[in-house]
Ligand binder design. Sequence first.
Ligand code: GTP
Ligand code: MG
Length: 194
Amino acid sequence: FFFLPADFVKSATNMDMIPDNTLIPEVAFIGRSNIGKSSLINGLVNRNGLVKTSSKPGHTRMMNFFKVGDKLSLVDMPGYGWKSRDEWGGMILDYLKTRKNLRRIYILVDPSHGLKESDQQIMKLLDSSGLSYQVVLTKIDRLSKTKFSAAKAEIEAELVKDAICCFPMVLGVSSKNKDGLDVLRAAIVKAGQL
Ligand code: GTP
Ligand code: MG
């Protein structure tokens, strides 16, 4: 299914510009700047260069919509930490709270840094709006298996304590060596009930 052709649909900076393809299930990728959101979308659709990535934080500045065939919509977001919280909040929270076909939000987290204040804040907001989300640890090629397992266990323990609408399975991916992408694809397909 993820081998259907993937395409760019549209960029948006406000709700008026969002594509009205609300019959297609949608998932969105959020997280701190430079965490690997854009690279992950390229990895998932197996098309390097579909989404522009950069080693400089703050590269993605708009909400960018992509589609996989006519079956699934993927949204790449600007990182938080680049825009001021209010700016980030204004544009993206509107979208997250009102988008009818949004099936799950993927929060990308660096396993070597763990959950940051900004991640906790956004999770609280998602909890208070009843929005389903799941944590994905990125760039796991940089960690030993032991360190990754320890980081994952620590994050899962924090989520069990605090998070309400969090899907209770933390995933790990590497867009660089394509680790964990199949498991994430399967989770997305299930979230979208495709
Ligand atoms: P913003 O758009 O600025 O919010 O960043 P982003 O979250 O979209 O990150 P992006 O995908 O542009 O990647 C940031 C940097 O991390 C780039 O230099 C990528 O090459 C690198 N990167 C992304 N994924 C991986 C990975 O799985 N492993 C490694 N080692 N590096 C990665
Ligand atoms: Mg980006």
